[in-house]
Design a protein around this ligand. Sequence first.
Ligand code: ATP
Length: 229
Amino acid sequence: MLALHRICYRYGSVEALKNISMEIPAGTVHGLVGMNGAGKTTLLQLIAGLLKVQTGSICYNEKIIAPSDVAFLPTHNYMYHYITGAEYLALFGAQNPQADFDSLNRIFKLPLKRLVDEYSTGMRKKLAFMGLMALKRPVFVLDEPFNGVDLEGTMAFQQAIGLLAEQGKTVVITSHILESLTEICHCIHYLHQGVLEGSYCRNAFSDLQNQLRARFAQDHQRYWEQFFS
Ligand code: ATP
């Protein structure tokens, strides 16, 4: 169980997260949605240990979570550009010699002999995801994994995430495309200006969709009318 208890986080005067608590059982996929600046990346970086917890606690199986518990896919991956895809994966293979990247690459179809410098944005994301799959970590934290990835790759990511959960991993994921989450998540949390406004299980995903549509339509309609009048 991944347990977040009363997490608050500030960047100087900016209160990015306000009193966030949630529990994520092993073997489940939990999504985070919210507008730009809602606090999603901050929350993921706290779970992954890239940011230090200021207030509250994050525990995995009742112990303070360690970075070594987490496999983290950031929104933008920094990769040294002058190694090949195969050399990049070898770094991850060193931790897990059984990782069968040949089979994995039959799905992702990357030109592993070419330099990372020659990869497109989506290809780099696939490479980073392949590396992550070799990590034997119990918690997977994925920040906008589908961003820039083609349709086939997105489906492959979704299948992989489902299989990770089936193996008992805990997965926390963000996306700006709600439908990409409703297909794979057991639960979706809505963050608004650093506040957890609601948590929705599968049978309530349509409520979340309707609420978001209604909220945005209401907010925007007046301004569109003014703009086009
Ligand atoms: P997006 O959907 O655009 O990725 P997000 O939901 O991931 O947004 P965060 O990146 O977590 O949002 O940002 C939450 C808040 O914290 C925002 O108000 C943002 O401006 C602020 N913030 C994020 N990083 C920093 C930083 N390094 N310094 C100061 N403020 C920051």
